[in-house]
Design a protein around this ligand. Sequence first.
Ligand SMILES: [Zn+2]
Length: 309
Amino acid sequence: MFTDSPLSDGGPGCNEQRAVGRFAPSPTGDLHFGSLLAAMASYCDVKQQDGRWLLRIDDIDGPRSVPGSADAIQRTLEVFGLEWDGPVQWQSQHLDRYRSSLDELVKKALVFACNCSRRSLPSGQIYPGNCRNNILTRDQQSNDYMVPDHALRIALTGQLYFQDKVQGTQSTQLEEQVGDIIIWRRDKLVAYALACAVDDAQSVSHVVRGADLLSNTSAQIAIMRALNLPIPRYAHIPVAIDSNGDKLSKHSKAQPISSLAALPVLIQAWNFLGQAMIEAESVSNFWAQAIKLWQIEKVPNTMRMCCEP
Ligand SMILES: [Zn+2]
């Protein structure tokens, strides 16, 4: 389905307009050091280009949302001097957009219904395509094609390339390395990959995030291409791990950064990202220097680096 050149870099819309970056946390807990790294790298990347930085709350997974978390995230960003442009965006307000993207993929005969149970699939492996025969037809599209107790998957085939500003050229054999991912969940919620792909393609030109999402990116680009949407440029920064080798995330026991003094943590994040030394007396002074000095070429191109604030 997708075969392209390793030379393709970014997509339409990247050059002619102001750069737009985004920070897109899920409201599932406090920000931790790993989220600060992604926010900082994305912020510096677009602010240096006089671009806009959006805050998007990825709140489509209602069952996992933690009440009060979206507010706490906004307060923490403010304390850390990370000012977003325009109103906060909420994925839960984009459901029509996701549904029409799904309709379009169904029209292109790329979507099939899958009722494989988690138990019936080899754990930790790529989906083997068991239900590809259940491709939804146009007829089904005019009705409601949400088959009870089935998830919807997109059939992904071919080789996909993209340039990552930190990790270099990425090449993915979609069938073998990604598989037919779920785009609409069995519980009738849009899946993260579809929501993220549609939102990024529609409003973001530069995506900077943790390297743990690198394998997601190929799937998201494949979805954008299937929908004929512009493809943002990507940069994946190393994931911070603790001394036990565990990712610093909301799921681990990582300390929330809201409980820490902002300036020293900002400087620590800056150093983690391999940047030239900054001595700052205030948060605003830190950012004034950081936006000037930022060099994405200096960010280490490892996938994981040990660091605890
Ligand atoms: Zn299946």
